[in-house]
Design a protein around this ligand. Structure first.
Ligand code: GLN
Length: 213
């Protein structure tokens, strides 16, 4: 007898129980923790480089990317660079800046996990923090239409160039605002501050896929 189809509806994180780290040096890490737990993941807060050894995927939250670099130090940065090449990582806002190949305004080091050029604080003072409606793109045509999604931007960076190996996952006013390359995913907005769980679920699906391969 085949298994009852009901088991298919489990969230991706439920089986097996994935352990997701949230970088907790500074910034907005607790909202990510709550969201990931809500979706069934086990969450650990990553405070030192060796914490990376015990996790299946990592979220790098918003905050101040220059401060992250300082707090990581050279050793932390190197360890993180190795991690993002092997395991799924999702960076939001400052986290997206850290994952980029090139960072402008001012120039600073990026982990190079996603082939994008990203410009910090790119929207100017007046509209630097806002809630807008963007589009979540469907790569597999299921459902066929792109769907609207709320996006919270806080002193957001802008993705200025997307390399050929990078998939655009979401747009706002025609600009790419969520992207993926291999196992790394980035969003310039803050999905942890909206009710909609689809962006975190997409990341957990990525972690599950990597876990199985
Ligand atoms: N402006 C911050 C930076 O440049 C990012 C802001 C955020 O993470 N909300 O690092």
């Amino acid at each position: 007898m085949p298994d009852a189809p009901a088991t298919r509806n489990h969230s991706a994180a439920a089986e097996p129980k994935l352990t997701i780290g949230v970088l907790a040096l500074q910034g907005d890490f607790d909202a990510h923790r709550r969201r990931l737990e809500e979706l069934g993941a086990k969450v650990v807060l990553v405070k030192k480089p060796s914490d990376l050894d015990a996790i299946d995927g990592l979220v790098i939250p918003g905050g101040e990317s220059g401060t992250f670099l300082k707090l990581l130090g050279e050793d932390g940065f190197d360890k993180l660079r190795q991690f993002v090449r092997l395991k799924p990582t999702f960076g939001t806002c400052a986290g997206a800046i850290l994952l980029a190949k090139e960072v402008e305004n001012p120039r600073q080091a990026g982990l190079g996990a996603i082939d994008i050029v990203i410009r910090r604080n790119a929207y100017g003072r007046q509209i630097d923090s806002s809630i807008r409606e963007g589009k979540l793109l469907q790569s597999n045509g299921d459902p066929p239409a792109d769907s609207p999604i709320e996006m919270v931007f806080i002193r957001a960076p802008r993705i200025e160039r997307v390399g050929p190996g990078v998939e655009v996952l979401a747009t706002e006013s025609g600009d790419p605002v969520a992207v993926r390359q291999g196992r790394a995913m980035a969003a310039t907005f803050h999905p942890e501050l909206s009710e909609d769980t689809r962006v975190h679920q997409a990341f957990l699906d990525l972690v599950l896929e990597a876990f199985r391969n």
